[in-house]
Design a binder for this molecule. Structure first.
Ligand code: AHG
Ligand code: MN
Ligand code: MN
Length: 336
């Protein structure tokens, strides 16, 4: 690429040339990117910045919070609350919604995030990330904002993305016109476009699932993985490779880069829970990104983006990635 295109320029062009994004949404995305840059600096400092280890508190899902979970949450709130583009925010790390304080102007957008995804990898220096989803307050929902305003299906997202903090810090974004990737140039201090029109190949020989849960899986998932493991001599007639990073951002980033299938399915450990991952700030944004890149995302029965949420922190079974593989696993679910 001869001319470097910054995220700011990319967004201005999406607004001006393609009329895809209103100015307020552009501002919102710039602010999210700035917050991610700041989280990236904190992540990079690690022990030197005193950011590793547990905060010894629990979030609404009963998970012990790491110091960086809390730091990243605060960075995102502080960056976004005063710009006038948001009505409210919701986060994995907060029980209820966070309303923009009265002293600031209110906008019409709703921002949801998983401030730090892959928390178990923070202290071991493995890739982690921030996932975000943007919705618009429905017209006619009146003044003020409530949790109800957030309960929109993923197909109503107006922007979604993640920032991965790995060997490179890369922000991956969709506003409904394909997927673009921007890597942080630390000398310039800005995100620079490195790939546009990201495509996920329809076929793959790589799957990602936490195999330690195998004995708890439902028969369709077991069948799919058993067939992959049987390799060249089995029904698939080819050998498969396996990866599991335990950071959804890192697993999805690999899939957007070279294909693959990612699964965190329902299992029998807690039969009343639909899955481990959260619909509104993990599965929806990742599902939309993967679809925008030509892949697919289902819960085994239904397209993730068509699920009508009933709770902010609701969980969901996730199967996403290369289209033909996702369709195969989904097909196994409907046959049983
Ligand atoms: P979070 O750190 O935001 O709670 O999310 C962790 C998620 C996801 O990133 C990853 O795919 C999965 O949990 C890993 O779970 P296991 O440790 O059960 O493999
Ligand atoms: Mn997460
Ligand atoms: Mn998290």
């Amino acid at each position: 690429m001869s001319t470097k295109i910054s995220l700011s320029r990319y967004l201005v062009e999406q607004q001006r040339v393609d009329g895809l994004i209103p100015a307020q949404l552009r501002l919102l995305l710039e602010v999210v990117a700035r917050a991610c840059k700041s989280i990236s600096h904190a992540v990079n400092k690690g022990a030197l910045g005193g950011v590793l280890g547990s905060a010894e508190t629990e979030n609404v899902q009963g998970e012990v919070q790491k110091k960086l979970d809390i730091i990243a949450n605060e960075v995102l709130i502080e960056a976004n609350e005063w710009g006038g583009h948001l009505a409210a925010m919701a986060s994995e790390e907060m029980d209820g919604i966070y309303m923009v304080p009265n002293r600031y102007p209110q906008g019409e957008y709703l921002l949801l995030f998983d401030p730090l995804d892959g928390s178990s990898n923070i202290d071991v220096n493995v890739s982690i990330g921030t996932i975000f989803s943007v919705l618009k307050k429905s017209e006619g929902s009146g003044h003020g904002v409530s949790e109800q305003d957030f309960l929109q299906a993923g197909n109503r997202q107006v922007a979604a993305g993640y920032c991965i903090y790995g060997p490179q810090t890369t922000l991956v974004l969709t506003v409904g016109d394909g997927v673009a990737m921007f890597t942080l140039d630390r000398e310039q201090g800005s995100f620079v476009l490195v790939q546009e029109h990201v495509r996920v190949p329809a076929d793959t020989k790589e799957f990602a699932i936490n195999m330690s849960n195998m004995r708890h899986w439902a028969p369709p998932v077991r069948r799919y993985v058993d067939e992959c493991l049987a390799g060249k001599d089995g029904p698939r007639g080819k050998d498969f490779n396996m990866r599991w990073i335990a950071s959804m951002v890192a697993d999805v980033h690999r899939i957007l880069t070279r294909g693959g299938i990612f699964m965190y399915p329902w299992d029998q450990r807690e039969p009343n829970k639909p899955g481990k991952l959260r619909l509104m700030y993990e599965a929806n944004p990742m599902g939309w990104l993967v679809e925008q890149a030509g892949g697919a995302a289902t819960n085994g029965k239904q397209r993730i983006l068509d699920i009508q949420p009933t709770q902010l922190h609701e969980r969901v079974s996730v199967i996403l990635g290369s289209k033909n593989e996702v369709e195969r696993v989904t097909g196994y679910h409907t046959q049983t």
